[in-house]
Design a protein around this ligand. Sequence first.
Ligand SMILES: Nc1ncnc2c1ncn2[C@@H]1O[C@H](COP(=O)(O)OP(=O)(O)OP(=O)(O)O)[C@@H](O)[C@H]1O
Ligand SMILES: [Mg+2]
Length: 299
Amino acid sequence: MSREISSIGNPDGVARKCRLPDDDFSPAWTSIKVSAGVRERLLAQSLLSFTMRQKLPFELAPLHGLILLTGAPGTGKTTLARGLANQIAHQLSGTKTTYVEIDPHALMSSAHGRSQQAVAKLFEQTIPEMAMHGAAIVLLDEVETLAVSRHQLSLEANPIDVHRATDAALAGMDRLTRDHKNVLLIATTNFPKALDKAILSRADHVEAMGLPDQEARREIISETLKAIGGVWKSVRALESDAERLAKIAEGLDGRRIRKEIFVAIGSDIETAKDPNKLTRAQIESAFRRSLSTQEEMAQ
Ligand SMILES: Nc1ncnc2c1ncn2[C@@H]1O[C@H](COP(=O)(O)OP(=O)(O)OP(=O)(O)O)[C@@H](O)[C@H]1O
Ligand SMILES: [Mg+2]
């Protein structure tokens, strides 16, 4: 990313930091195929946080500035969250917008008391500093790592430190919400059951990302074939089979659908060496095989 500051030298737990809007983020918004209305809803729900929080007392308008995306692995949460951050920055034109991506895994340390301290520092120092001269949009990817459900933790299996880290995350979030109304947190989780209920309760809006529907699957297949067809021209002809292929792919997530098209290219050595040889039958059998693997693993 052109204006990205390398993660070397970034504060603890910050995986990426850059200014938005940035054109490199645009595909993240358009490449995730979701049913009509999801994009608009996410953008509107995020923007109202900037419109309203500074003008109304928290007691009357309990907005935390937290948007939560939930859904199975591979349903596009992280990608859409990045795209959303960029769209928000476009809407906030005239405001300096800093984007920060947190890697919660990097904050969780086995050393006694370290995780708690790192989490507290993130919310009390690192994020507020980013929002000093404008707005900050913070992606808390896989937030269940940061705020593990205290309800489900057993004290024998989990060090007290993990409990304390969750406490620190909640306390930190509350303080951030109160003192820095120009910060928006976008969190993702593919494991909402592991997420502390108090986080769910603080979310202003929860968007559940389901598996792609027929229309979304067709778009994903068309877009992937089109991209490949840009280089290996014969692949373009397969785009007319997208509707039929989308029916077969029912039950696969977006990531899996895209991957299986490449798996199909690897069906044999000839096709791998010349993707122009890709056939509809190869894609169909890659989808079918993937669905049966998925079924086997679910048993
Ligand atoms: N609905 C979708 N439409 C188009 N592409 C999709 C969709 N869902 C996933 N993908 C593809 O899968 C890739 C991975 O998605 P992403 O990493 O955002 O998923 P995720 O929900 O964050 O998964 P995880 O829970 O495993 O972190 C995307 O870059 C995209 O290519
Ligand atoms: Mg993700």
